[in-house]
Design a protein around this ligand. Structure first.
Ligand code: UTP
Length: 474
């Protein structure tokens, strides 16, 4: 007997019956696939999102008069501040040595802007070695394990689209020497047509689905393992992991499990912490950390009024200056509390989404045609009872790979990595050539397994090295 769907009536009620347009032409296996995908969509929730974000006005903008700058632990400048920072570092180092820190790497994004064929983490980014983003991150974690005596467990978030390719890549490389990385998948949301709110079909038996945003991390950490086994949070609890260092795959400069940051988080007894950099331009595309009615929150750059975005203090600094670079520390207990009772809001993103037209042809739109729904991890901040916001040096720690060319592209990432490694070499007594603008003229790279920071390099490298051509220390 032919496979029947019990979704028809449900779809009818929600105005999405077109999803069964090709039902009669599908074989049972393909019907089963479509049926399962439709069953997984929360249509009541989707109705609300469509009403708000497709048919309604998205009113994300916050009234300017309620927004205030947030208090930030600034980069240490005085001796006293440097001593305090060293103390915080010791606290973080102790947490690492105790095995209380886990690392969460989110890599479920689609990487549309980069346009690379494969998970973004597999992109060869090392300026000399062509090491992948995943390799660079993994080597830092292995190096941390050597330094502190315990390797922080790594949890890698993937999406159904890139999960297998990601796991395969790690396996091909012997998991880069990591003890036991765990891969967990985030959820997906259907893309709907701009204007009508109709769910788009990617194929006769397949919805146009996309990952539910990096905010999906929280629910995905709490979800049972692939075989119904323990969730990542259960696994962390079993291992005695209390504190999670969260970062995104596309920034190879991130100081993973930075002990001083972990220590500041602990000293503040914070539930969630943010690393921020000083925004340079009013229209810079980073979310800003502010307080609204005294509670901290992040406002997306697109929701910031131009007046507020450009407002300057008497010393010329932007008043709302704390730009989030998506490097967080979260307490495991905070996530457990959140997933039990609170759902992060969904934001809308208007994107180009390939889909089937009424005649069954695949349309690759030239202009944005669809609304995607995504949750953002930073929306957890207002739920935290205590928090800390810590400034870092953008030049040292933030150069994400987003685009194929132009800003935030392989070229800018190579240059920045090489410049920073050039600084490390100079601090270790080497001679490094520089262009008039201070940048280095060719690739310089240091594997985290060779040296995790400038001090380690200094201790290792005999002075007198003259760098005359591309160099990779590993
Ligand atoms: P981006 O917001 O830059 O998105 O993600 P993206 O999907 O990588 O790239 P575009 O916008 O399609 O070009 C920032 C970080 O959050 C992760 C990404 O993998 C990246 O590390 N992310 C994003 C997820 O893990 N899941 C998502 O659903 C979205």
């Amino acid at each position: 007997m032919a496979f029947k769907t019990d979704q028809a009536e449900r779809l009818e009620r929600h105005g999405q019956s077109h999803l069964l347009r090709w039902w009669n032409e599908l074989d049972d296996a393909r019907r089963a696939r479509l049926d399962a995908e439709i069953a997984a969509v929360d249509l009541d929730q989707l109705d609300r999102l469509i009403a708000e974000h497709v048919h309604g006005e998205s009113t994300a903008a916050v009234p300017t008069d309620r927004v205030e700058p947030v208090e930030v632990v600034r980069l240490p400048e005085t001796d006293g501040e440097r001593v305090a920072r060293r103390r915080a570092k010791e606290v973080g180092e102790q947490a690492l040595a105790n095995g209380e820190v886990g690392v969460v790497l989110v890599a479920g994004g689609s990487g549309t802007r980069l346009g690379f064929d494969g998970p973004k983490g597999t992109f060869p980014i090392g300026p000399v070695s062509s090491a992948s983003l995943f390799q660079i991150h993994a080597e830092k974690i292995v190096a941390l394990g050597r330094r502190h005596g315990k390797q922080p467990p790594l949890y890698v978030m993937t999406s159904p689209d890139n999960h297998d390719a990601t796991v395969w890549f790690f396996d091909q490389h012997g998991r880069f020497g990591l003890d036991r990385p765990r891969f967990f998948q985030q959820g997906q949301m259907p893309a709907v047509e701009l204007g009508t709110g109709k769910i788009l079909l990617a194929a006769p038996d397949h919805l146009a689905l996309s990952p539910d945003g990096h905010g999906g991390t929280l629910l995905a950490l709490a979800a049972p393992g692939a075989d119904g086994g323990p969730s990542c949070l259960d696994d962390m609890r079993d291992r005695g992991v209390r504190t999670l260092f969260y970062f995104q795959v596309d920034n190879p400069m991130v100081e993973i499990a930075d002990p001083a940051y972990l220590g500041l988080h602990r000293q503040a007894d914070a539930e969630m912490s943010f690393k921020i950099v000083e925004r340079r331009m009013p229209d810079e595309k980073v979310g800003v950390v502010v307080t609204v009615d005294g509670r901290p929150q992040v406002i997306e750059y697109s929701d910031l009024s131009p007046e507020l975005a450009g407002k300057r203090r008497s010393d010329g600094q932007l008043e709302i200056w704390a730009g989030s670079i998506a490097i967080h520390v979260l307490e495991r207990s905070f996530i457990e509390r959140l997933v039990g009772k609170h759902r992060l809001p969904f934001h809308r993103a208007v994107k180009k989404v390939a889909h089937l037209d009424d005649a069954g042809r695949t349309i690759k739109p030239a202009e944005p045609n669809a609304v995607k729904f995504e949750q953002f991890i930073f929306d957890a901040l207002p739920e935290a009872e205590r928090w800390s916001i810590v400034e870092t040096d953008r030049l040292r720690e933030f150069e994400p790979l987003k685009n194929a060319t132009g800003p935030d592209s392989p070229a800018t990432v190579h240059q920045r990595m090489s410049d920073v490694f050039g600084d490390w070499l100079e601090q270790a007594g080497a001679v490094v050539p520089r262009r008039p603008d201070g940048s280095v003229p060719f690739g310089i790279e240091i594997s985290p397994l060779y040296a995790l920071d400038a001090n380690e390099l200094k201790a290792k490298l005999a002075p007198g090295l003259v760098v005359e051509k591309p160099i990779y220390l590993h």
